[in-house]
Write a protein that binds this ligand. Structure first.
Ligand code: ADP
Length: 369
């Protein structure tokens, strides 16, 4: 007769964490209702600990004991606590000067890829842009910061989980890129509800607690939109520049305009605008047709005094390779579309190098939407 190993449940994790006492308050983390978002994925357990106050020493201590308590459970191979601070005063999220201490020099030039709204191809662009930058011989990292819908694991066909070494998560490597995504840690089927402060802390950990090594550039696939999460990230991570992805449709362009305005406000240099899903090229006959219009993003960029970085056609091949987990630029670098990305990457790198010298320039004129 065989004994089926008991499946780990949320209650098991809560029980383990019930034994972890808050050293100041003297009660357990569970009794203090500090634990939420427990996710069990095979042997990896991720949980969120909400600290009211952002005391760094206390946080470090609690991390050690809580992760140890969970790790000691049978069947747990890795435990990871994500710390958040729900107290607004302790999280200077909206104050541009209240930056979180972050050592980012080894990450090289940090580039944010953003869009005013979802579904315009932001992640596809970030993935192919990162591949094209790596093909230039640069050391490139790709951070999927789209906590609401991480798509980098799917785009790169990555299902394994990162290992922990010397208390740091080791990014996964594929096509010459170092890749990290919140999607590696959380269960795709379990919706994770993020509050603003949680997003901030999770992202901070994905920058600080990941063994990125020495990079020339880190491409960040940002959460779509222009809400608090995006603003906070832009304020707290020293970004060298932002790339805006838009389709040529009017509605997308209005949102792209908002994204430009937001990044201008936080004084992150805009490297330029990319028009995605531009002209459609029929795979059967090669005829081109402008399904979503054409040239709108170039026009919008010009109107706002920003650079235009290039256009990526709407093609079946790009969608198929993205869904197959094999970015087109990585597997077919000589394809016409890969060459479009290469040209965009060249411009981005060129602009990054000129813009970085202007980082401390006077604030630009803010355009309110
Ligand atoms: P976002 O990150 O803006 O939500 P995605 O990058 O996930 O958008 O793209 C949304 C969908 O559109 C995906 O199925 C992707 O494969 C497809 N897609 C993106 N850009 C193109 C393109 N230029 N041609 C064809 N399909 C595209």
């Amino acid at each position: 007769m065989f004994f089926k190993p008991k499946t780990l449940t949320q209650a098991d994790i809560e029980k383990a964490l019930n034994a972890v006492l808050h050293p100041v308050k003297g009660q357990s983390l569970i009794a203090l209702k500090m634990v939420s978002g427990i996710v069990i994925k095979e042997g990896t357990v991720t949980f969120v600990v909400d600290m009211q106050d952002g005391d760094a020493d206390l946080m470090a201590r609690l991390r050690e004991v809580s992760e140890k308590a969970v790790k000691s459970l049978k069947g747990v191979t890795a435990a990871r606590a994500v710390f958040t601070s729900s107290n607004k005063q302790a999280t200077p999220a909206h104050k541009p000067h209240g930056k979180i201490a972050m050592e980012t020099k080894h990450l090289g030039k940090i580039v944010a890829v953003l869009s005013g709204k979802g579904g315009v191809g932001k992640s596809t662009t970030a993935a192919n842009l990162a591949c094209a930058l790596a093909q230039k011989g640069l050391r490139v990292g790709l951070l999927d910061a789209d906590v609401y819908g991480p798509s980098v694991p799917r785009l790169f066909g990555l299902t394994e989980k990162p290992e922990t070494k010397d208390k740091k998560l080791v990014p996964l490597e594929k096509y010459g890129l170092k890749i990290m995504s919140i999607g590696f840690m959380v269960d795709e089927e379990t919706p994770v509800i993020w509050r603003g402060a949680m997003v901030q802390t999770a992202l901070k950990q994905m920058i600080n607690d990941v063994a990125w090594g020495e990079l020339d550039t880190l491409v960040i696939d940002m959460p779509p939109g222009t809400g608090d999460a995006q603003l906070t990230l832009a304020q707290n991570v020293p970004m060298a520049g932002a790339v805006i992805v838009s389709t040529p449709q009017d509605l997308a362009l209005i949102d792209a305009r908002k994204a430009i305005a937001m990044f201008r406000r936080v004084e992150v240099p805009i490297l330029g605008v990319i028009e995605n899903m531009s002209t459609f090229i029929c795979p059967a006959c090669g005829t081109t047709s402008d399904i979503f219009g054409h040239g709108g993003a170039r026009h919008e960029a010009e109107k706002m005094g920003e650079a235009f970085l290039g256009e990526i056609p709407l093609t079946m091949l790009l969608r198929e390779t993205s869904d197959a987990g094999t970015p087109l630029t990585a597997i077919e670098p000589t394809d016409a579309i890969s060459i479009c990305y290469k040209q965009v990457a060249d411009k981005v790198w060129e602009r990054l190098n000129e813009k970085s010298t202007q980082r401390r320039a006077a604030p630009r004129i803010t355009v309110e939407e």
